[in-house]
Design a protein around this ligand. Structure first.
Ligand SMILES: Cc1cc2nc3c(=O)[nH]c(=O)nc-3n(C[C@H](O)[C@H](O)[C@H](O)COP(=O)(O)OP(=O)(O)OC[C@H]3O[C@@H](n4cnc5c(N)ncnc54)[C@H](O)[C@@H]3O)c2cc1C
Length: 320
C-alpha cells in the first residue's frame, strides 16, 4: 500500500503501475490580487482549498506598473495571517524609481513578509519596448542585487525555458538567469510551458551552465484553450501540435474541456516528477479545481485526509 500525505507523493508511470514514492515532492501556488467582490470571494475560497495541500509557499503577482501594489501587499499578508502560509510577494521594477521599489520591500519586511519574487516586469499594455524608469532598476538582476545587499529576504526569480521574447539570444538569456541566481536568488520559477521535454532540456542546459539552484517548473492550468493560445503568443510559450489536436472539438464542451485540462496538467506534473523535477509551481489563476486534480493524481492529499489515511495504515497492515 502506498502511503500518501500532504508532503509525500507517488509517481506511477501509468495509473495501474506500481507507484514510485517521491518523499520530497513539493508544490507551490501562484495567485493574482483579486478584483471586485466576486473575485475577492473566489480567491479566498480557492486559497482555503489549496492551503490544505500544504504548499512550500504561495505567491501573489504584482500588477503591471505597480498597479496592484497595495492589493498585492494586503493579499500576501492575509494569506500568511489567516492560513499560516509561507507567502511571497512579486515585485517589479516597471515605472518606479529604485527608492520607491525598495520602499515596497521595506513595507514587506515591516509586515513580516520575507520572500520576494524579484522581476523586471513588462511595459504597460501597448507600451512598446521596455524602457527603465530614469531612476529605476534596468533589469531584474539589479533588483536582486539591491535586495540581497539590503538583506532580510529570500529571493526568487523568473526563468524562461523557451527563452524570454526580448532576449538577445538563448545563451544570453541563460547567462541572465545565472547572474540573477549568483546575485542572491535562491530559486528560479519558470514561465509556463506545455511540453515537459522543453523543461527537461532547459534544466540540462542550466546544469551545463553551472546553475545548481532549484528551477521550479511553472505549470499553467488550461481554463480556456482559445484564451491560452492568445496569451501564449505574447509570452513566448509554445503550443505543441498535439495540444491543438487534444482540444480540437472540446472548446465548446465545458465538461470535456475540463476533463482534458485536468488530464493534461496531471500528466505534465507526473512526467516531470518522474524525471526528478520535484518542485512544481502551479499558476492557479485563482481557481482551485484543476490544480487540485493534478495534486491528487500526484498522490498529494489535503492535510485532514492525509492524517486519516496515515492513521489507517498501521491498522490495515496489522489486519493484513
Ligand atoms: C514566475 C514568473 C512570475 C512573474 N510575475 C510577474 C508579476 O507579478 N508582475 C509582472 O508584471 N510580471 C510578471 N512576470 C512577467 C515578467 O515581468 C516578464 O516576463 C518580464 O518581461 C521579464 O521579467 P524578468 O524578471 O524575467 O526580467 P529580466 O531577468 O531582467 O530579463 C528581461 C529581459 O532582458 C534581457 N536582459 C537581461 N539583462 C540584460 C542586459 N544587460 N542587456 C540586454 N538584455 C538583458 C533578458 O534576457 C530578458 O530578455 C512573471 C514571470 C514569471 C516567469
Amino acid at each position: 500500500m502506498t502511503v500518501t500525505s500532504d508532503r509525500r507523493g507517488f509517481v506511477p508511470a501509468a495509473l495501474w503501475d506500481q507507484p514510485a514514492p517521491v518523499p520530497e515532492l513539493g508544490v507551490s501556488f501562484e495567485f493574482f490580487p483579486p478584483r471586485g467582490a466576486q473575485g475577492e470571494a473566489r480567491l479566498w475560497e480557492t486559497v482555503e482549498r489549496l492551503a490544505a495541500y500544504a504548499p512550500d509557499f504561495v505567491s501573489v503577482t504584482y500588477g503591471a506598473g505597480g498597479s496592484t501594489r497595495d492589493k498585492t501587499h494586503d493579499t500576501v499578508v492575509r494569506m500568511r495571517d489567516e492560513f499560516g502560509l509561507d507567502a511571497a510577494a512579486h515585485l517589479t521594477c516597471v515605472d518606479a524609481a529604485k527608492r520607491d521599489v525598495m520602499a515596497v520591500a521595506d513595507a514587506y519586511e515591516a509586515a513580516g513578509i520575507n520572500h520576494i519574487v524579484a522581476l523586471r516586469g513588462d511595459p504597460p499594455q501597448g507600451g512598446g519596448a521596455y524602457v527603465p524608469h530614469p531612476e529605476g532598476f534596468a533589469f531584474a538582476v539589479d533588483l536582486v542585487r539591491a535586495l540581497a545587499a539590503r538583506g532580510g529576504f529570500e529571493i526568487s526569480v523568473a526563468a524562461y525555458p523557451e527563452v524570454h521574447p526580448h532576449a538577445l539570444n538563448p545563451d544570453a538569456d541563460l547567462d541572465n538567469l545565472k547572474a540573477k541566481l549568483d546575485a542572491g536568488a535562491t530559486r528560479a520559477i519558470t514561465q509556463y510551458f506545455f511540453d515537459p521535454a522543453v523543461y527537461l532540456r532547459f534544466r540540462d542546459r542550466a546544469a551545463a551552465a553551472g546553475i545548481t539552484r532549484p528551477i521550479l517548473a511553472g505549470l499553467m492550468p488550461v481554463l480556456g484553450f482559445a484564451q491560452i493560445r492568445r496569451f501564449s503568443a505574447a509570452c513566448g510559450a509554445g503550443i505543441p501540435d498535439w495540444m491543438i489536436r487534444l482540444y480540437d472539438g472540446a472548446e465548446d464542451d465545458e465538461a470535456t474541456h475540463q476533463a482534458v485540462s485536468a488530464m493534461l496538467l496531471a500528466e505534465q506534473a507526473r512526467l516531470l516528477a518522474a524525471e526528478g523535477c520535484h518542485d512544481l509551481h502551479f499558476y492557479t489563476l485563482n481557481k482551485a479545481d484543476l490544480t487540485i486534480a493534478a495534486c491528487h493524481l500526484l498522490g498529494i492529499r489535503p492535510r485532514r485526509a492525509a492524517a486519516a489515511a496515515d492513521a489507517a495504515i498501521p491498522a490495515a497492515t496489522a489486519a493484513g
